[in-house]
Ligand binder design. Structure first.
Ligand code: ASC
Length: 155
């Protein structure tokens, strides 16, 4: 998609649903940039969840670092709702059209992850092992729940 077209779509989205629904695009942001940025944020979540899971499984120690990864997950999760501006379903993206067709369902699935990561941070702040394990399961479950419906299956 052309840059101009994408800018128009971002502007239209900002008017109809408010700026919170769109990433902070500059005049230079193309639809491919939006998709690349989304993928980078998602990859950062994959890193944090991988590291956190090693803490939860007791394979590494250091509650202060688990807390940092929990906060990384919460920070990234808080941005997800902005990462799917109209027009950013570029060729090669795993994002399914249902994201834009059923925005309320998508927003609810994202909100589940946001809530789960907040609880995970709270449990990690208390260094409460059972609560950490339970919250971590919910975080993983909300990642999976969203991916099952809104992301193209892996080959
Ligand atoms: C990961 C990862 C995900 C989630 C999900 C949890 O490590 O990359 O997308 O966990 O698989 O079920």
């Amino acid at each position: 998609m052309q840059k101009t077209r994408f800018r128009f779509l971002v502007a239209a989205l900002a008017i109809t649903t408010g700026p919170a629904a769109s990433l902070v695009a500059t005049a230079e942001t193309t639809s491919q940039d939006a998709a690349d940025y989304r993928e980078s944020v998602m990859t950062s979540l994959k890193g944090h969840i991988g590291a956190a899971s090693m803490h939860v499984r007791g394979l590494v120690d250091g509650p202060e670092f688990l807390l940092k990864h929990a906060r990384g997950l919460a920070n990234g999760a808080s941005e997800i709702a902005t990462l799917f501006p109209a027009g950013s379903n570029v060729e090669g993206s795993e994002a399914l059209p249902v994201i834009w067709e059923q925005p309320e369902e998508f927003a609810a699935a994202v909100e589940k992850l946001v809530d789960a990561t907040k609880k995970f941070v709270a449990a990690a702040e208390r260094d409460d092992k059972p609560a950490i394990a339970a919250a971590f399961r919910d975080v993983g479950g909300s990642c999976k729940g969203c991916h099952d419906k809104f992301r193209a299956p892996k080959d």
